[in-house]
Design a protein around this ligand. Structure first.
Ligand SMILES: Nc1ncnc2c1ncn2[C@@H]1O[C@H](COP(=O)(O)OP(=O)(O)O)[C@@H](O)[C@H]1O
Ligand SMILES: [Mg+2]
Length: 316
């Protein structure tokens, strides 16, 4: 087999996060407040996944849409800094780069998102030739990308026909309608990666076992993330719960699910057995919670293994 350029191509949403901390008091119409602290960083769960997978050592390329603006440059530079290939990013002249403004008040936060260019990524932007340059395709954040929703089955079917393995994390639906035809899409998905709540809402079930029973009829592996409890991997005839490497001093859980995905898929594309993928996903999810934001805790594979052994008793 000829060597592929990429281990993984990520198709997903891209935006920046503008985070304001220590604000005087809640916003009020017609008034101005002062925040004592501000941070502008790469946001989006697809970007966290791509960055951390790249830090672990995979060759990762990204297909996504940004605007022809300063935030677009920030997205591109941040991905490049993590050695994610940005040659396939599409720059829109019509739409600005997406941004989420986060106003933090102690435990709580208010957020406003302008999705911008990310909503306008379509199947026309993704060619068979480009997909064929990778061994694996990961898609994330279905509900944030209306431009691609009607073609999601087409994308996964084409990808399987080109001989790639595939993974999908649909993420939260801001409209809470959960209109996703999993019966049609999942037959072309090798690894489906919802969290517990998403699995329940998608299947309209209130008991996780029932949700898993429904999902697993269609996908090879259903991997459900259970927050600080750990995760379950299900195949048609097996359920495997593995408890987390519990971190009881969580800095924040931003991106924990994406980091879990990165660890799981890193082992998966390296041909490891599925238990090992799940354990490593639990580890990278836990390590994510030891530092602020979604990518801070990830330098390289050796450092992840070192933290894993020292802090969490990981054995590889
Ligand atoms: N407090 C924690 N301690 C250890 N691991 C955690 C903790 N919180 C999350 N994780 C790990 O991260 C994974 C993903 O987190 P979860 O919150 O379930 O996903 P999502 O961010 O998609 O909602 C979990 O399955 C678990 O392995
Ligand atoms: Mg998630």
């Amino acid at each position: 087999m000829t060597k592929k350029k990429f281990d993984v191509i990520v198709v997903g949403e891209l935006n920046v996060d503008l985070i304001l901390n220590s604000i005087d008091s809640f916003p009020e119409m017609g008034k101005e407040k002062i925040a004592k602290n501000m941070n502008l960083t790469l946001g989006s769960s697809s970007a966290i996944f791509a960055s951390n997978l790249s830090s672990l050592g995979a060759q990762v390329g990204f297909i996504g849409k940004i605007g022809n603006d300063a935030f677009g440059n920030l997205v591109k530079d941040s991905l490049s800094a993590k050695k994610v290939n940005t040659d396939m990013l599409i720059t829109s002249d019509k739409w600005n780069t997406g941004v989420t403004i986060v106003l933090n008040y102690e435990e709580d936060r208010a957020m406003v998102t302008y999705p911008g260019a990310m909503e306008h990524l379509t199947m026309n932007d993704i060619s068979e030739e480009v997909i064929s340059t990778a061994k694996h395709l990961h898609f994330s954040s279905y509900f944030l990308q209306p431009g691609i929703q009607k073609d999601i089955t087409k994308l996964f079917k084409m990808t399987k026909e080109k001989g790639l393995t595939t993974s999908l994390d649909i993420q939260w639906d801001p409209n809470e309608k959960w209109d996703f035809n999993y019966k049609e899409v999942l037959p072309f998905v090798d690894v489906f990666l919802p969290n517990e709540q998403e699995a329940l809402l998608l299947t309209n079930e209130s008991i996780l076992e029932n949700a898993i029973n429904k999902l697993v009829q269609h996908s090879k592996y259903v991997v459900v993330k259970l927050g600080s409890k750990g995760s379950i991997t299900a195949t048609k005839d097996k359920r495997n719960f593995i408890k987390s490497f519990l971190n009881d001093k969580v800095v924040d859980a931003i991106g924990a699910g994406d980091s879990f995905n990165a660890g799981f898929i890193f082992k998966f594309i390296n041909g490891c057995d599925i238990d090992e993928c799940q354990i490593f996903g639990n580890l990278t999810g836990a390590i994510n919670t030891t530092a602020a934001g979604g990518t801070t805790a990830f330098e390289n594979y050796e450092q992840i293994i070192k933290i894993g052994k020292e802090k969490f008793g990981y054995k590889n």
